[in-house]
Every structure is written in structure tokens, then in C-alpha cells.
Design a protein around this ligand. Structure first.
Ligand code: MN
Length: 258
């Protein structure tokens, strides 16, 4: 099994290194990752400047590795179309420092790396650990590597990917694995207004997660909070099926200028 590993925390991130080492136990690994932290870069790709990739080394691993100037999605494109001799069988993105649940998915570079693979028709897994500072990456990395084997064996529908979130617990304290759906977890965001040395205002986005009390038991956030690994199947098709049906009843033809 040929595995491509990427992330959004950058080539120097411990979570990436742990994932690469875990993947080397189950397959042949190559790494293309951003050369600095591209968290919250979403699914951006680079169109208006060159992409460069520099050889890199992953501590404790023998994998061929490159640090690239682009986003996680750029890294997957670079790997598949330029750097790798053979197309990967599975793409893993992570292990991200911090969960990717609810509305995080829209902003997440980690998830977008896996989405780019799904667009290219390659089975993909995004993996994150529910930690803020000290993270237990090894548990998440080992689970993701084992899941990659399962995905490789069983295959995945086109247009689909898996989003995995792992509690920041010792393996023996994790209660199990739940298949979940994306929660509606939101942030309480605000823009802090400050003044720069020249007296002009600038703004800095800050925010904390809103309370979890409304999370339903089948969601990613509820599983994590209960000590379970969350595995959410995602699809690239963003169509809202119920609203599509309702829209058929709107007088949209009448809105056209005549
Ligand atoms: Mn990140």
C-alpha cells in the first residue's frame, strides 16, 4: 500500500511525524506537507504564483519527504501530479493539533488535504486529536494507519472521505469508536480592535467554542466529549436535498428580468 501523508500544521509538526512513523509500519510512505503552518487555510489552491517543493526529512522515518510552499490541497496536487513516481493508494492528512468537528470542517486545511485526494479519486482520511497543547499523537496516528489498511482493503465510494477525531487520552482510556455525523458546533467569534504603533486600528479574530449542550448523541463533538474516537464519512457534494425540494416550490421563473 502506497500512502501519501500531508497536513496543515506544517512539515515540522509532531503530529505529522507521528503519523508518518505509524504509516511506515503498514505501507510505503511519501510526505508532501506545507513548509509552515497553514491551519485554517481551507481548500485554497495556489494559482497566481509558483509552487516550490524542497526535500525534507521526517525524524525517525525513512519516507521520501518534501516541504512545499503551498496549501494542503496544493501539496496533494504536487504529490500526485509532480513529485511521486506512483499514485498513492491512500492519502492521510494530519495528525492535526486540535479537533476538526462541526463548522471547523469548512475552514480546516487538514480536511481539505483529504478532500483534494477525494476529488482526485484517491481514498482519504483526515485525522485530528482533541488537544490544545500537549497532544498524544501516537494513539491517533496508530488508529489512522490501521484505518488506512481497512480503507485500502474495502475501497471507498468516489467523492467520499473519512474525518477522524481522537480524544487526547491514553489508548487504554479511550472507550471505543463511533461512526458519527458532523455536528453544528459553532464558535463565539469576535474581532478584537487594537491600535498599531502608527495609531491606526487593526483587528484580530478571536473566539472560543460555543457550549456543547445541544450536541446530539450521534455527532462528532458528542463522541469526542464522551471519550470515543469519532469517524465521520464526508462527501464533496454540498447539495442540501431538502432545500432543493422546497426551492422547486419557489416562483424562481418570475424573478428573471424580462
Ligand atoms: Mn492545523
Amino acid at each position: 500500500m502506497r500512502i501519501l501523508v500531508t497536513n496543515d500544521d506544517g512539515i515540522e509538526a509532531e503530529g505529522l511525524h507521528a503519523l508518518v512513523r505509524a504509516c511506515e509500519r503498514v505501507g510505503e510512505v511519501a510526505v508532501v506537507a506545507p513548509h509552515h503552518d497553514r491551519s485554517a487555510s481551507g481548500h485554497a489552491i495556489t494559482l497566481h504564483k509558483p509552487l516550490r517543493a524542497f526535500p525534507a526529512r521526517i525524524p525517525g522515518a525513512r519516507a521520501a519527504a518534501w516541504a512545499a510552499t503551498g496549501t494542503p490541497a496544493d501539496c496533494v496536487l504536487l504529490a500526485v501530479y509532480a513529485l511521486l513516481e506512483a499514485r498513492p493508494d491512500v492519502v492521510l492528512s494530519g495528525v492535526n493539533l486540535g479537533p476538526n468537528i462541526g463548522h471547523d470542517l469548512t475552514y480546516s486545511g487538514t480536511v481539505s488535504g483529504a478532500m483534494e485526494a477525494a476529488i482526485l479519486g484517491i481514498p482519504a482520511i483526515a485525522v485530528s486529536v482533541d488537544a490544545e497543547g500537549e497532544a498524544r499523537y501516537e494513539v491517533a496516528a496508530a488508529f489512522a494507519a490501521a484505518l488506512a489498511q481497512e480503507v485500502h482493503r474495502r475501497g471507498m465510494p468516489a467523492d467520499a472521505l473519512l474525518n477522524v477525531n481522537v480524544p487526547n487520552l491514553e489508548a487504554s482510556r479511550i472507550r471505543g469508536v463511533r461512526v458519527t455525523r458532523q455536528s453544528a458546533r459553532r464558535y463565539r467569534s469576535r474581532l478584537e480592535r487594537r491600535t498599531d504603533p502608527r495609531g491606526r486600528p487593526y483587528y484580530w479574530l478571536v473566539g472560543e467554542r460555543a457550549a456543547a449542550e445541544a450536541d446530539e448523541p450521534d455527532t462528532d463533538s458528542h463522541a469526542l466529549a464522551s471519550g470515543f474516537v469519532s469517524v465521520t464519512p464526508l462527501q464533496m457534494d454540498l447539495t442540501h436535498t431538502a432545500l432543493r425540494a422546497a426551492l422547486e416550490g419557489w416562483p424562481l421563473q418570475d424573478l428573471l428580468p424580462r
